[in-house]
Ligand binder design. Structure first.
Ligand SMILES: [Zn+2]
Length: 211
């Protein structure tokens, strides 16, 4: 396993990471939605639950649970496993995601998706840490629970989202609220990339609806 000599902390997931939507400008929504959709398309993610390890593998990033990484992390003076569900380090040119394996699977998945968000959104130079955290949460929710797929699967309660997306009750609750809002506004497929995501998931959606 790599020895850590010099590293940069890219981002982390803490207990205070919220699942609710933050307030963002139109441009921010657009940029984050675009990043999520490109991640789905480039990694050919075509079914739920979203295969996070496929993204990590495709990008040649590294992932370790806290216990797997114990020796590696001992060479750092600060204990980053404390008060964090996960974090990402850039060591040389390589990305390492670390996560707490002692929390529920949905929370582990949200943590990993959040960390992927920090990498994809290039939070390499943390100017506004608080804002980066909100963006990574937004990225994670959208990646794990793609809105157009939920819509096409005729989802009509939060526990369905919880089940098919392997997310926590809380994350599903907020996403369901958001789904209802977007449905009310009729704002689907205003973006070409969203239509591409739908096409990629079409087989999954058809199977889901004919179960
Ligand atoms: Zn974070």
């Amino acid at each position: 396993m790599t020895k850590i000599k010099d590293y940069k902390l890219i981002g982390r997931t803490t207990a205070s990471s919220k699942f609710s939507e933050g307030k963002f400008s139109k441009q921010d929504y657009y940029r984050i939605n675009k990043a999520v959709r490109l991640t789905i398309l480039q990694n050919q993610l075509d079914s739920l639950p979203i295969d996070l390890h496929k993204i990590i593998l495709n990008n040649k990033w590294n992932i370790y649970s806290f216990s797997e990484a114990r020796n590696m992390l001992n060479s750092i003076k600060v204990d980053l496993t404390k008060n964090n569900y996960g974090f990402t380090l850039r060591i040389g040119r390589r990305m390492f995601i670390f996560y707490d394996e002692n929390v529920s699977i949905p929370l582990q998945r949200f943590t990993i998706a959040h960390e992927i968000g920090h990498i994809v959104l290039k939070h390499f130079y943390i100017n506004d840490h608080n804002n980066d955290e909100k963006e990574a949460n937004m990225f994670a929710a959208r990646l794990l629970m793609p809105m157009c797929v939920l819509y096409e699967c005729n989802i009509n309660n939060a526990s369905q989202i919880q089940e098919i997306c392997e997310v926590s009750e809380m994350a599903a609750y907020y996403r369901y609220k958001r789904l209802k809002l977007v449905e009310e506004r009729g704002k689907f497929y205003t973006d070409k990339l969203e239509l591409e995501v739908y096409k990629l998931f079409k087989k999954y959606i058809d199977q889901y609806n004919h179960k």
